[in-house]
Design a protein around this ligand. Structure first.
Ligand SMILES: [Zn+2]
Length: 196
């Protein structure tokens, strides 16, 4: 995805205000906002927000949109799609991998489209459960497959750095749609194929 066009336009439009508020937060936590190391921090954080919140400007249904008819009606898996998101409860990063499986019923999407979809859904304030179900629901809406299954693995820095402090622990969420709900062998095939 070209980084240039994939940015949050509102962050750019409100750059001065965002920088001001970040500087205020630094001051309020007890920092010397005029020390050298922090002088450019508000501007850097704001530029980072343009990227990590770029998903708000994406039309998630458009991304898979160019689907074409195919005879293939067997399981298609796109696995190990790396994502990086921000937990909406703490505004702390969480990241991991998305695995997608679907059984087409005539429409398929280019494999790179799924990576773009994952970026669009994850570059926002999110919770892992919603990422999982949103990706599944968009695929079901656009491609109308016989079935779709999405598994998301995530490591949450808000869990590692505060509270329970369990570094390295992973959260796994799944969404199951269509025939995967009733077809245990299809579910098992998907789960076996996404294992490393
Ligand atoms: Zn959190």
């Amino acid at each position: 995805m070209p980084a240039k066009e994939y940015k949050n336009g509102r962050v750019a439009d409100n750059r001065e205000q965002i920088e001001h508020h970040i500087r205020e937060i630094l001051r309020l936590i007890g920092e010397d906002v005029d020390r050298e190391g922090l002088l450019d921090t508000p501007a850097r954080v704001t530029r980072m927000y343009e990227e990590i919140f770029a998903g708000y400007d994406a039309d998630t249904r458009e991304i898979l949109g160019v689907a074409f008819d195919e005879k293939h009606e067997e399981l298609v898996i796109v696995k190990d799609i790396v994502y990086y998101s921000q937990c909406e409860h703490h505004m702390a990063p969480f990241f991991g991998k998305v695995h997608i499986g679907y059984i087409p019923s005539g429409k398929i999407a280019g494999l790179s489209k799924f990576a773009r979809l994952v970026e669009a859904v994850t570059r926002r304030l999110q919770v892992q459960e919603r990422i999982t179900s949103e990706i599944a629901d968009i695929i079901v809406d656009v491609l109308e497959p016989h079935g779709c299954m999405v598994v998301v693995e995530g490591e949450h820095l808000c869990m590692c750095a505060r509270g329970v402090k369990k570094p390295g622990s992973k959260t796994v969420t799944s969404a199951v749609r269509g025939l995967f709900r009733t077809d245990a062998p299809a579910r098992a095939e998907f789960l076996a194929l996404i294992k490393d």
